[in-house]
Design a protein around this ligand. Structure first.
Ligand code: SAH
Length: 345
């Protein structure tokens, strides 16, 4: 059975009717959990103790436990969560220019195995359930003392390969009686597949989409993103353009720049060709070095700027990102791995 944090107001209303509880209690519980971010039923002090205990008995304890909070010098904060089976995932809070972005995980491990990303080193361990996804954001919200401004599904895992729980979690976050997030402020990041991008576009969620492309040719993409179920560059770029037409939301292509692999100007030109004048934004991310692949290096600052200029010079809008939270291993692609490597026999 899935936890209290996964329940919609309708779920709770039906349950409380069955229990013979007053109807207003359902909204009271929903708001306490989803808006006030109180994930422990015993802590919902507006309820009679007997009802709190019944909720605990029915749904069990919260799906996540915060086992460590680490704050970086630049304000980036990493939350390590333990799940009921002892597995661990992380969220990261990134304060920047008056915004607070929370990066949330969707799976334990990841099946995509991007060569530069720590999350996929051990493959997929398991999907997170809805409560485990929802609670990450609620717990960070509680700690922050206010609703964060943005959520990105860019933690561990491939969100579109855990489609049901991820979209259910998003529905709870945008609920007007919950945190009431605007879907514009929620980004789903995916390494594929075209079919799942279409499925997301067909929902009424209208969240922002980021596609982790990382390559401008099929050959380079196969080398860098070996586990991608849909490897073809042109298909993915077409899917990004389709998503924008369908939802009215801007799509972004994520492109991790790796020295000697995908950072040359011919690669920039191939990317321009693939985009072919369509309104797609490119996010360039100089590689954040990872321990399991010491041979992979970021380009020099100058080479990164030259790549960005080459795109812009041909009319492609792009941003060159800077890394944050490096001192606490909260930078992209490092989540939870450092620890599991340290624990490995
Ligand atoms: N599976 C999804 C969600 C994970 S987020 C996806 O692939 O989109 C993946 C993002 O993390 C990548 O697009 C990249 O922006 C970032 N990333 C992962 N490892 C990185 C590294 N070593 N250096 C820089 N960025 C990295």
């Amino acid at each position: 059975m899935t936890g209290l944090a996964a329940q919609t107001l309708d779920d709770l209303t039906a349950l409380f009717a069955e229990w013979g509880e007053k109807r207003f209690r359902a909204a009271q519980v929903f708001t306490a959990v989803q808006q006030k971010a109180i994930v422990d039923p015993l802590a919902i002090t507006t309820l009679p103790m007997a009802l709190r205990e019944r909720l605990l008995e029915h749904f069990g304890p919260p799906a996540t436990k915060v086992v460590e909070v680490e704050k970086s010098d630049d304000g980036t904060t990493k939350y390590l969560f333990e799940l009921h089976d002892g597995k661990r995932v992380e969220s990261v809070l990134i304060p920047e220019d008056g915004r607070n972005t929370v990066c949330v995980s969707s799976q334990v491990g990841c099946p995509i195995r991007c060569v530069f990303c720590a999350s996929g080193v051990k493959g997929l361990i398991r999907n997170l359930d809805t409560a485990e996804i929802v609670e990450q954001l609620l717990r960070v919200t509680r700690d922050l003392g206010q609703r964060p401004s943005n959520v990105v599904m860019m933690g561990m895992g491939e969100p579109l390969l855990n489609f049901g729980p991820v979209t259910d979690a998003i529905r709870l976050w945008i609920d007007e009686k919950g945190l009431h997030f605007s879907p514009r402020r929620i980004t789903v990041s995916t390494a594929g597949t075209v079919a799942k991008i279409k499925q997301l576009g067909e929902t009424n969620l209208r969240v922002q989409l980021a596609i982790s492309l990382h390559a401008a040719t099929d050959e380079t993409r196969a080398a860098l993103v070996p586990g991608s179920p849909d490897g073809r560059v042109q298909q993915l770029v077409d899917a990004a353009a389709w998503y924008t037409r369908r939802t009215g939301r801007e799509s972004t292509l994520e492109y991790v720049l790796i020295q000697g692999e995908n950072d040359r100007l011919v690669h920039a030109d191939a990317l321009v060709d693939a985009i072919d004048g369509r309104p797609i934004h490119v996010n360039l991310i100089p590689l954040n070095p990872v321990r399991h692949r010491p041979d992979l290096k970021p380009p020099s600052g100058m080479a990164s700027v030259a790549f960005a200029d080459r795109l812009r010079g041909q009319g492609v809008s792009c941003t060159l990102r800077t890394q944050r939270g490096e001192d606490i291993n909260a930078a992209c692609g490092q989540l939870a791995l450092e620890r599991s490597l340290a624990e490995a026999p």
